[in-house]
Write a protein that binds this ligand. Structure first.
Ligand SMILES: [Zn+2]
Length: 94
Protein backbone atom coordinates (compact mmCIF):
# COMPACT_ATOMS: atom_id res chain seq x y z
CA UNK A 1 0.00 0.00 0.00
CA UNK A 2 1.47 3.39 -0.97
CA UNK A 3 2.34 5.52 2.01
CA UNK A 4 0.26 8.40 0.65
CA UNK A 5 -2.99 6.43 0.91
CA UNK A 6 -4.57 6.83 4.30
CA UNK A 7 -6.93 4.09 5.30
CA UNK A 8 -8.85 3.65 8.49
CA UNK A 9 -7.65 0.61 10.39
CA UNK A 10 -10.00 -2.32 10.06
CA UNK A 11 -10.85 -5.15 12.37
CA UNK A 12 -13.00 -8.25 12.20
CA UNK A 13 -16.02 -8.79 14.41
CA UNK A 14 -15.43 -11.96 16.38
CA UNK A 15 -19.09 -12.93 16.18
CA UNK A 16 -20.22 -12.27 12.60
CA UNK A 17 -16.73 -12.12 11.01
CA UNK A 18 -17.52 -8.91 9.16
CA UNK A 19 -14.59 -6.60 8.55
CA UNK A 20 -15.34 -3.04 9.59
CA UNK A 21 -13.55 0.16 10.38
CA UNK A 22 -12.09 -0.07 13.85
CA UNK A 23 -14.17 2.86 15.09
CA UNK A 24 -17.37 1.05 14.12
CA UNK A 25 -16.49 -1.79 16.43
CA UNK A 26 -16.30 -2.03 20.18
CA UNK A 27 -13.26 -3.58 21.79
CA UNK A 28 -13.01 -6.01 24.62
CA UNK A 29 -9.64 -6.27 26.29
CA UNK A 30 -7.89 -8.58 28.69
CA UNK A 31 -5.77 -6.24 30.74
CA UNK A 32 -2.25 -7.24 31.79
CA UNK A 33 -3.60 -8.11 35.26
CA UNK A 34 -6.12 -10.52 33.79
CA UNK A 35 -9.34 -8.52 34.05
CA UNK A 36 -11.66 -8.54 31.06
CA UNK A 37 -13.09 -5.13 30.30
CA UNK A 38 -14.91 -3.25 27.60
CA UNK A 39 -12.58 -0.72 26.07
CA UNK A 40 -14.61 2.05 24.42
CA UNK A 41 -11.46 4.01 23.56
CA UNK A 42 -9.77 1.03 21.92
CA UNK A 43 -6.50 2.13 23.50
CA UNK A 44 -6.05 -0.06 26.55
CA UNK A 45 -3.07 -2.33 26.70
CA UNK A 46 -3.73 -6.02 26.49
CA UNK A 47 -5.04 -8.71 24.23
CA UNK A 48 -8.21 -7.52 22.54
CA UNK A 49 -11.19 -8.73 20.58
CA UNK A 50 -13.61 -6.69 18.54
CA UNK A 51 -17.36 -6.86 18.07
CA UNK A 52 -19.87 -4.80 16.12
CA UNK A 53 -21.75 -2.24 18.15
CA UNK A 54 -24.74 -4.56 18.07
CA UNK A 55 -26.13 -6.44 21.06
CA UNK A 56 -26.66 -9.55 18.92
CA UNK A 57 -22.97 -9.76 18.05
CA UNK A 58 -22.02 -9.44 21.72
CA UNK A 59 -24.57 -12.05 22.71
CA UNK A 60 -23.29 -14.46 20.10
CA UNK A 61 -19.67 -13.66 20.84
CA UNK A 62 -19.96 -14.01 24.58
CA UNK A 63 -21.74 -17.34 24.32
CA UNK A 64 -19.22 -19.71 22.81
CA UNK A 65 -15.57 -20.26 23.49
CA UNK A 66 -14.39 -18.20 20.55
CA UNK A 67 -13.87 -15.25 22.84
CA UNK A 68 -11.92 -17.35 25.32
CA UNK A 69 -9.68 -18.47 22.48
CA UNK A 70 -9.20 -14.92 21.26
CA UNK A 71 -8.36 -13.56 24.69
CA UNK A 72 -6.60 -16.70 25.88
CA UNK A 73 -8.54 -16.41 29.08
CA UNK A 74 -11.40 -18.24 30.76
CA UNK A 75 -14.67 -16.44 31.29
CA UNK A 76 -17.19 -17.39 33.93
CA UNK A 77 -20.90 -17.18 33.20
CA UNK A 78 -21.09 -14.34 35.66
CA UNK A 79 -18.40 -12.40 33.80
CA UNK A 80 -20.18 -12.99 30.51
CA UNK A 81 -23.44 -11.69 31.92
CA UNK A 82 -21.76 -8.66 33.44
CA UNK A 83 -20.02 -7.78 30.21
CA UNK A 84 -23.20 -8.21 28.24
CA UNK A 85 -25.20 -5.91 30.50
CA UNK A 86 -22.39 -3.34 30.43
CA UNK A 87 -22.32 -3.45 26.65
CA UNK A 88 -26.06 -3.06 26.41
CA UNK A 89 -25.91 0.03 28.61
CA UNK A 90 -23.09 1.42 26.53
CA UNK A 91 -24.83 0.79 23.22
CA UNK A 92 -28.00 2.39 24.53
CA UNK A 93 -26.15 5.61 25.16
CA UNK A 94 -24.40 5.55 21.78
ZN1 LIG B 1 -20.61 -8.47 14.24
Amino acid sequence: MPATVKRAPQRTCLACRKVKAKRELLRLVRTPDGAIEIDPTGKKAGRGAYFCRLPECWEAGLKGNRLENALKSKLSNQEREQLLSQVKELLKGA
